[in-house]
Design a protein around this ligand. Structure first.
Ligand code: 2AM
Length: 493
């Protein structure tokens, strides 16, 4: 039987590329694959045979690879972001023809995608920057896909992407995100939100362990229980599993989590998110706190020295003044604090997307983005459905926390949330993410802030002028002169 030529190819067969290619083949779409180093082509072909004789075809030169695909071609790239993408495109470009499409599935900086799309367009080649989330397992079983760029390129591969993506109750976890680098940008913010989620979970763990005295087994039970309620999510689920794993190599046994060095790595998307938030003047304190914590976590030796130096100065270890707490009450409070903090973190991420969409004219549909994050990706969670519905109710929602449903949830949880943050502050346990979320909430919901005083200071020393609450216009006052005159007329003491 003559097999039709594949419509799609994939270049870059590291972990993500191999698994995504196998996923495509398993969904019934023949696929050509290529990798700079031949061994990975052989490896992928062997896996395709072993995992059910999947229609996957290995190629060893860029020419042979491109020509094996039927026009119009969809060529997915999963190579390291940055220069390797340019080099791979340069290798394939001589064989691509007008109407073909390049789909970069890496964690690429969105402006690189926009530059490459313009270069490709000059040759009639279409371009998509496609965020792919879900790690190894997601790529193989069904990731969340965030393609942006050429709508024609998306339409060419639409049926394939819809089958390859994770499937949830309201459809496949893929949508055409928007033009230009929108797909990469959305993936970047997804990762920033992911940083926030992970930090908030780590803080919940820290409070329960250091103040509540919970054992790893108790923590496993608590997180498993939370995963059956409003916090149901991939990250809460895997956290419960982590606490259960024993340390087989250790001398004294115990759980492996206690032997993992407290240093968090990173690859840059969280940093980009915070940089973009600053560029767009969007407050993202929870995501920024999670990034700062990764930075400080890297200073392990400095922290150990600081702990010793400050202990000598009389500042005891963590949980120094932890008041006695009721364990059940603490667990329940921390669950609520985690949920409320998470809502604020998502509000920040969504508002960053909204600001960028307005700046670039991308027309991002925030409810639809929440929908495609419901499955496949690392931040997949039950409550993303609530976010989707909030934006469906009001596409122009100023902030998630003022959606009537979320506002009610915040109101129900704020007492527990404040108790947890206050307890942590008293005990000297850091909850930077929860505290940042709470400060964000309290700052945002106050109709009047002390910003009047800051503006008065600016006018005093820099004649920056100020506005008044009671009449329009820009005003300047000789604050110092007037203050001296008043003080002379009526001394303060
Ligand atoms: P390799 O197996 O030949 O190293 C992740 O590193 C993936 O990106 C791998 O498939 C790797 O190919 C590929 N990659 C990294 N740099 C590359 C480059 N400059 N050109 C082509 N592929 C590259």
């Amino acid at each position: 039987m003559a097999m039709a030529l594949p419509r799609i190819g994939l270049a870059g067969l590291a972990v993500m590329g191999q698994n995504l290619a196998l996923n495509v083949a398993e969904k019934g779409f023949p696929i050509s694959v290529y990798n700079r180093t031949a061994a990975k082509v052989d490896e992928t072909v062997a896996r395709a045979a072993a995992e059910g004789d999947l229609p996957l075809f290995g190629h060893y030169t860029p020419q042979e690879f491109v020509l094996s695909i039927a026009r119009p071609r969809s060529v997915v790239l999963l190579v390291k972001a940055g220069a390797p993408v340019d080099q791979t495109i340069a290798a394939l470009a001589p064989f691509l023809e007008p109407g073909d499409a390049i789909i970069d599935g890496g964690n690429e900086w969105y402006e690189n995608t926009e530059r490459r799309a313009a270069e490709a367009a000059a040759r009639g080649v279409l371009y998509l920057g496609m965020g792919v989330s879900g790690g190894e397992e997601g790529a193989r079983r069904g990731p969340s896909l965030m393609p942006g760029g050429s709508l024609q390129a998306y339409d060419n591969a639409r049926d394939i992407l819809a089958k390859v993506a994770a499937q949830v109750d309201d459809g496949p976890c893929v949508t055409f995100v928007g033009p230009g680098g929108a797909g990469n940008f959305v993936k970047m913010v997804h990762n920033g939100i992911e940083y926030g989620d992970m930090q908030l979970i780590a803080e919940a763990y820290d409070v329960l362990r250091a103040v509540g005295g919970l054992s790893n087994r108790e923590l496993a039970a608590v997180f498993a229980d939370w995963n059956r309620g409003e916090l149901e999510s991939f990250l809460v689920e895997i956290t419960a599993d982590i606490f259960l794993v024993g340390d087989d190599d250790g001398e004294a046994g115990g759980e492996l989590v206690d032997k993992v060095l407290d240093k968090t790595g990173m690859k840059g998307t969280g940093k980009w998110t915070v940089q973009q938030a600053a560029e767009l003047a969007v407050a993202a304190p929870t995501i920024a706190a999670s990034l700062d914590c990764r930075f400080i976590s890297g200073l392990k030796e400095e922290r150990e020295a600081a702990a010793a130096a400050l202990e000598r100065a009389g500042i005891g270890g963590a949980a120094q003044a932890a008041p006695a707490v009721d364990k059940q009450q603490l667990i329940d409070d921390v669950r609520q604090a985690l949920y409320a903090s998470k809502i604020c973190s998502y509000a920040q991420g969504m508002n960053l997307l909204k600001a960028k969409s307005e700046e670039k004219g991308w027309g991002l549909d925030l409810g639809e983005l929440a929908r495609i994050w419901k499955g496949g990706c690392i931040i997949r969670a039950r409550f993303l459905d609530r976010i989707k519905r909030a934006y469906q109710r009001n596409p122009r929602l100023a902030n998630l926390v003022v959606d009537p449903d979320f506002a009610a949830e915040m109101a129900n949880r704020q007492a527990a949330w404040r108790r947890v943050v206050a307890l942590a502050v008293t005990a000297g346990i850091t909850t930077p993410g929860m505290a940042a979320s709470l400060a964000y909430f309290d700052t945002y919901r106050r109709a009047r802030l002390p910003a009047n005083l800051v503006q008065a200071q600016r006018d005093l020393f820099g004649a920056h002028t100020y506005e008044r609450v009671d009449r329009p216009g820009a005003f300047h006052t000789e604050w110092t002169k007037l203050a001296r005159r008043r003080a002379a007329a009526a001394p303060l003491n």
